[in-house]
Design a protein around this ligand. Structure first.
Ligand code: EPU
Length: 353
């Protein structure tokens, strides 16, 4: 059964083969043996039993942060749950529950338009709401974990819905319990956001702060909508649109090094771009490291490094995961030989099973 039929039609939970090439933003060729589409909470007890029998199942949102193999044997669950619910509103914040299958940017845009502020720096990030906590999405000075109240999930082993508090999600930089070893334990069904009533724009990120939109405005004139528009403008200018050129945003994390390692590197590379962290460590701009190794705009067959942002790997069309991962390894090795820093891949690399 094709994916489209499953999506459109009924509440069927019979897994069927599916071509996932257009269900991952890198556009990597992927044939999956068994795919089901989750459309309603009521389907979970039945799907839950299937998950118990398929311990290496894989959950797919919009496929914007995954590297899919050309053949995928394990059960794939495409999460298509929809809905936005205001849970409570009081003097300090609004609490809103958003279903995992909602599009992330559409949610940010509608929240901003309704006067629920605090997510505007995260506009235009591709993907679904349910995928956002997995890698703790972050951009332009804000991380999801700062606005997230809790995550509602189906706990596979216990066969029941549970609520994980922000602390239980174990968030770190592009990291959470949902991305680590515990990954197969939960299926995220919705995310609850706590959005502050006393809103202040976050304009700490240098590139955002210097955007033309803020040049003639006094601080009190800056609205969440203006911030959202500025963020979208910056992203559109330098990040490729996945519907035009396959990509998964940043392909590597910005590496964390010790202060001593940073000082040693800085002595050799005066222009090194780096961000001091609260814990005394230093985060290096991987894009700068990669560009400095000469890879910006580099192309190897169907894959390459984006010409405007060296942290983004692209699929020019028809690429498979193996080609892309070979390029990633070549970049990581060159960066390590040059700077002594090992880059870590940011998206989830899915095994063929
Ligand atoms: N840089 C270069 N060459 C490049 C790219 C960047 O020299 O090719 C330098 C820039 O000049 C700048 C610094 O590196 O001084 C940082 O660049 P940028 O502002 O573009 O941010 P980034 O560190 O490359 C991170 C996130 C992005 C997020 C932006 C804005 C990670 C892995 N990436 O990128 O997130 O949008 O900051 O906050 O943390 C994503 O995760 O998919 C993603 C796009």
């Amino acid at each position: 059964m094709s994916n489209r039929l499953q999506q459109k039609g009924t509440q069927t939970l019979v897994p069927g083969p599916s071509d996932l090439t257009s269900f991952n933003t890198l556009g990597l060729a992927c044939q999956a043996d068994q795919v089901v589409v989750l459309q309603a909470h009521e389907q979970l007890p039945e799907l839950g039993r299937q998950l118990l029998q398929n311990t290496d199942f894989f959950i797919l949102g919009a496929g914007s942060n995954v590297v899919l193999p050309s053949q995928l044997a394990p059960l794939v669950v495409r999460v298509a749950l929809k809905g936005i619910d205001l849970i409570e509103e009081h003097s300090e914040h609004v609490l809103v529950a958003v279903a995992a299958g909602e599009n992330w940017h559409d949610w940010v845009a509608s929240a901003t338009a309704r006067g629920w502020f605090g997510l505007e720096n995260l506009g235009l990030i591709p993907g679904t709401v349910g995928a956002a906590p997995v890698q703790n999405i972050g951009a332009y000075g804000v991380e999801l974990c700062e606005r997230l109240h809790s995550v509602r999930a189906w706990q596979v082993a216990e066969q029941k819905f549970v609520t994980l508090s922000r602390e239980q999600c174990g968030f770190g930089y592009r990291d959470s319990v949902f991305k680590r070893a515990e990954r197969g334990q939960w299926l995220i069904v919705s995310v609850q956001f706590a959005l502050p009533k006393a809103w202040q724009p976050v304009l700490t990120y240098p590139e955002l702060k210097k955007h033309a939109a803020f040049a003639k405005l006094a601080a009190h004139e800056v609205s969440a909508q203006i911030v959202l528009d500025a963020v979208c403008d910056i992203r559109r200018r330098k990040l490729p649109d996945p519907s035009v050129l396959g990509n998964a945003g940043s392909f590597f994390k910005n590496p964390l090094v010790s202060s001593a390692q940073y000082q040693a590197l800085r002595a050799r590379f005066a222009e090194l771009v780096a961000y001091p962290q609260a814990d005394g460590g230093v985060k290096l701009a991987a894009g700068w490291l990669i560009e400095h190794c000469g890879f910006k705009g580099y192309r190897a067959g169907a894959v390459g490094v984006h010409a405007q942002q060296a942290l983004v790997l692209v699929n020019y069309g028809g690429a498979q995961a193996t080609e892309l991962l070979a390029l990633a390894e070549k970049i990581a090795q060159t960066v390590e030989q040059t700077f002594g820093v090992r880059l870590e891949i940011e998206p989830v690399v899915v095994a063929s099973g």
